[in-house]
Design a protein around this ligand. Structure first.
Ligand code: SAM
Length: 222
């Protein structure tokens, strides 16, 4: 592989100011940006007056587009990969492309920055440094096993969940025997909040506030 480079760039999880100087410089210097949704990254680029060719690389196209990116890297191009929010390849597309680029002997660099996982943990006040990150639990096959595994964990477990499923997840966690959860909602955004308590009580509080919107990180306490 020749002088090309793949930069895996973390982007804001809500607040557009949460972007590093290095990420901005990389976005300005690269030849092309591969993005999960080009409309989402276009807003960020507009905010910082950056104009670059954009290509889509999402879960459905990652396999096909990886070959295209490798060809660019072989031609010496500087390619940036971003997801819609946070760090690519963390519950987001990217891992396949990175593995393919590494196998092809390409240069890969991380441009670290926001991730909902780290942001939620940073304000959780957990008593130890240990945790287990499982991202989204499987929707169907393996869900019950995963819930039991979470409930039996000796260390806090961090989960991602969508607004449509958060109440269901909280009820399922309660049924699985989980006594306490913490929820970080809409991190870095206007309606950011942190709730803690028994899963059913937290679910009730969310319903009462009409706050079953937004994005959620769930931390299951031991
Ligand atoms: N790659 C991203 C990262 O580094 O955090 C995660 C992408 S994953 C598709 C999206 C999930 O991350 C959401 O469903 C939610 O669980 C969590 N998330 C993303 N942004 C968030 C925010 N601002 N507040 C709370 N959770 C968030």
């Amino acid at each position: 592989m020749s002088a090309g480079k793949l930069s895996v760039v973390a982007t804001p999880i809500g607040n557009l100011e949460d972007i590093t100087l290095r990420a901005l410089r990389t976005l300005k210097e690269c030849d092309v940006i591969y993005a999960e949704d080009t409309r989402v990254i276009a807003k960020l680029l507009a905010q910082y007056e950056i104009a670059k060719p954009l290509q889509r690389l999402d879960a459905a196209t990652e396999h096909r587009k990886s070959g295209e990116v490798i060809t660019r890297l072989e031609a010496g191009e500087h390619v940036v990969l971003v997801s819609d929010a946070g760090t690519p390849a963390i519950s987001d597309p990217g891992a396949r492309l990175v593995a393919a680029a590494r196998e092809a002997g390409g240069r890969i660099e991380a441009i670290p920055g926001p991730s909902a996982l780290a942001a939620a943990l940073s304000i959780a006040g957990l008593g130890s440094d240990e945790f287990l990150f499982l991202g989204f639990l499987p929707h169907k096959k393996g869900r019950q096993t995963a819930l039991k595994f979470v409930a039996a964990s000796l260390v806090p477990v961090v989960l991602y969940e969508s607004p449509h499923r958060i109440l269901k997840l909280l009820r399922e966690l309660s049924s699985a025997g989980v006594a306490k959860v913490a929820i970080a909602r809409e991190l870095t955004k206007l309606h950011e909040e942190f709730l803690e308590g028994e899963p059913l009580v937290v679910a009730e509080a969310l319903e009462k506030k009409g706050a079953v919107r937004g994005e959620f990180v769930v931390i299951v306490h031991c």
